[in-house]
Design a protein around this ligand. Structure first.
Ligand SMILES: Nc1ncnc2c1ncn2[C@@H]1O[C@H](COP(=O)(O)OP(=O)(O)OP(=O)(O)O)[C@@H](O)[C@H]1O
Ligand SMILES: [Mg+2]
Length: 253
């Protein structure tokens, strides 16, 4: 369903010259899989997600989604800069349901769909009548997540989805993702910094490293689903953890 083939990305720099961010990156994902991308700050994770979504194009190599160029496939994208992705003139309710408005769904249908995802995720504490500038970072991140899943439930790209969430918000989204994974009807590409979270949510982890960034290791996570946090104490989990840490020269235990 998704194939990233030998992709490199070179950016022009404001001061002149170029900088190569990604080199020869290959990655694949199919329906039902959760793929996690890890790497240091500035290693090109968000860049790679933009290439997968079709928001940017690779300098060399190709990205295919369903055998076609990205950008045509329906997908939900929670941006790392979720605040910058909010439309400031719309309430949080209108921001969350924007994908349905673009599909010309009626107001009643939009509200019903929002009610459904709130119920299925268990996400609470969003002041939907407020505008983004009147809302907290966590409230806007939850709104961005709801917008992503109202966009598509079968192809989701989530860039650090837990970064501003409180414990309850994090648990709600983590549990919803586990249920989605068990249903095996979605491809989810995630950037998650916390190593334990990454292992708990991944079928496969791409470890990026180096300059320019290459894929240092691809680590399969064959733990059964659903994954209770207690699995973190298992020998299998610890071995995966160790392998990921040794794939990065920047991380220490
Ligand atoms: N439009 C752009 N023009 C020039 N350089 C860019 C552009 N976008 C990103 N970069 C550079 O590419 C590199 C990778 O950025 P990216 O945001 O993809 O990293 P990241 O792995 O997501 O980092 P973080 O963990 O901090 O989110 C950085 O050095 C960044 O400065
Ligand atoms: Mg990033």
């Amino acid at each position: 369903m998704l194939s990233v083939n030998n992709v490199s990305k070179v950016y022009e720099q404001a001061a002149g010259g170029t900088v190569q961010v990604l080199e020869n990156i290959s990655l694949s994902g199919s329906l039902g899989e959760f793929v996690v991308i890890r790497g240091a700050n500035g290693s090109g994770k968000s860049t790679l997600l933009r290439l997968i979504s079709g928001l940017e194009s690779p300098s060399t190599g190709s990205v295919m989604v369903h055998g076609r160029k990205p950008g045509q496939a329906e997908l939900g994208f929670l941006f790392q800069d979720y605040v910058g992705s909010m439309l400031p003139w719309m309430s949080l309710r209108e921001n969350a349901t924007l994908p349905l408005r673009l599909k010309k769904r009626s107001r009643v249908e939009r509200h019903a769909a929002l009610g459904e995802v709130l119920q299925s995720t268990g996400i609470t504490n969003i002041p939907f009548d407020r505008y983004p500038h009147q809302s907290s970072g966590g409230q806007q991140q939850k709104t961005g997540f709801l917008r992503a899943i109202l966009s598509s439930k079968d192809f989701l790209i989530l860039d650090e989805p837990f970064s501003s969430l409180d414990r309850a918000g994090e648990d709600a989204i983590r549990n919803w993702l586990q249920r989605l994974r068990r249903a095996q009807k979605a491809l989810v590409i995630l950037v998650v910094h916390d190593l334990d979270d990454a292992i708990l949510l991944a079928d496969r982890i791409y470890c990026l490293d180096g300059s320019p960034t290459t894929v240092r290791d691809v680590v399969p996570v064959p733990l059964p689903w659903p994954r209770d946090p207690s699995v973190r104490l298992s020998a299998e989990f610890l071995a995966i953890r160790q392998r990921i840490l040794s794939a990065s020269i920047q991380e220490t235990i």
